[in-house]
Design a protein around this ligand. Structure first.
Ligand SMILES: Cc1ncc(COP(=O)(O)O)c(C=O)c1O
Length: 400
């Protein structure tokens, strides 16, 4: 407490974030997560900004499965996996995830952030090349930083640039090359062109890795992910993902792939070796979620119906969106102060969503991001669309 200048410098930086409009306040919810939430002030809001794609976060069946696992396996392990933190429920979940994703083996982490943070360093060194999409998630970027491999970056979803980087890595004589991409990008709702990525990987003898945090559970005909969507199941070397979005929404992550890869990670991956086991109630609930979505595509189908409906209607009203099919729908407002005002007005009208502007998205690309859920009813979506129309007219964004 003797270095007062340290605290003053921090306060100055925090003040700057406030004046630049970049300070992130936390919205306090007084209810469970769901299509509707109760704010701390008691108001009910329609929630359009959760990653609750399948609506399972506040779902009673998920909760029941978690409660059963809590009862059977207790609250926690007070241990990392390799000392005394592995229960049958962890092994069952790893096996079930492998079956679901079409891989040989899977390793659990406390978060997808840890899965991505711990995947590169044990597998690659300075003789190797990691070729990464420019818009990959922060956890992939951090994971790559922790590894000595050479880094190559290609423009978002740009296959010509990816090929250029593959040629550069090949010319540099790199031993192993791995192409790394988010399966779906959460800011734009863009889906990585996995069919083309796999073709390029085969052409240049590269490995492939996808982060399925915004895809597992609902992309592809039976919800396996973007590899199913593009019909390249079995052709992706490493899949990472989260249990904290569509697959239940609590927390937890995983890496899945060939058994040699997963065993190496069990032996060497630092966030796995030096961090506690996933809480057994999360593992138990995740198992129930995987069972449920493997038996029926009902939730996935409802999510896609909601997405198609919202995308069509919001354009009909007169808003511009980024085209696509993903349940992340960026509604483009372009101007940062307009995006801020718009999100605030929508909040007053009872809709929770988030505004994004530079530097989170490129300059001039400010937007509000809508995320659809299987839990949304048609009436809720119509209420949200009406609020969009009202706020859009008030702020002069739509004119007809
Ligand atoms: C693409 C992507 N990867 C990883 C993560 C991290 O997930 P987790 O919350 O499980 O750490 C996120 C979450 O925002 C994400 O969007």
């Amino acid at each position: 407490m003797s270095d007062q200048a340290f605290y003053s410098a921090l306060q100055t930086k925090l003040d700057t974030l406030q004046t630049e409009g970049l300070f992130k306040p936390e919205r306090v919810i007084a209810s469970r997560q769901g299509a509707e939430v109760v704010a701390a002030d008691g108001r009910t809001l329609i929630n359009m900004c959760a990653n609750n794609y399948l609506g399972l976060s506040g779902d009673p069946e998920t909760q029941k499965a978690a409660a059963a696992a809590l009862e059977k396996y207790g609250y926690g392990l007070s241990s990392v996996r390799f000392i005394c933190g592995t229960q049958t429920v962890h092994k069952e979940l790893e096996q079930k995830l492998s079956e679901f994703l079409g891989t040989e083996d899977t390793i659990l982490y406390a978060a997808a952030f840890d899965a991505n943070g711990g995947v590169f360093e044990p597998l690659f060194d300075e003789n190797d090349a990691i070729i990464s999409d420019a818009l990959n998630h922060a956890s992939i970027i951090d994971g790559i930083r922790l590894c000595k491999a050479a880094r190559y970056r290609y423009a978002n979803n740009d296959m010509a640039d990816l090929e250029k980087q593959l040629i550069a890595a090949t010319d540099a004589g790199k031993r192993h090359k791995i192409i790394v991409t988010d399966g779906a990008f959460s800011m734009d709702g863009t889906i990585a062109q996995l069919d083309k990525i796999v073709e390029l990987a085969e052409k240049y003898g590269a490995l492939t890795m996808i982060d399925e945090s915004h895809a597992s559970g609902f992309m592809g005909k039976t919800g396996r992910g973007t590899h199913e969507h593009f019909n390249v199941m079995g052709k992706i070397d490493i899949i990472t993902g989260t249990l904290g979005k569509a697959l239940g929404g609590a927390m937890g992550g995983f890496t899945s792939g060939r058994k040699e890869v997963i065993e190496t990670l069990r032996q060497k991956s630092r966030p796995y070796l030096f961090s506690n086991s996933l809480a057994p109630m999360i593992a138990g609930a995740s198992l129930a979620v995987l069972d449920r979505i493997s038996k029926s595509t009902e939730l996935r189908d409802r999510l896609h119906e909601n997405t198609a409906y919202f995308r069509k209607e919001i354009e009909r009203i007169g808003f511009t969106i980024k085209p696509g099919t993903h349940p992340v729908v960026p509604v483009m407002l372009f101007d940062a102060p307009v995006a801020q005002k718009f999100a605030a007005r929508m909040f007053e009208l009872g809709v929770l969503l988030s505004g994004f502007f530079y530097p989170v998205v490129p300059m001039g690309q400010a937007r509000v991001r809508v995320q659809l859920s299987a839990a949304h009813t048609r009436e809720q979506l119509d209420t949200v669309l009406k609020a969009f129309e009202q706020a859009g007219r008030e702020l002069g964004i739509i004119k007809n």
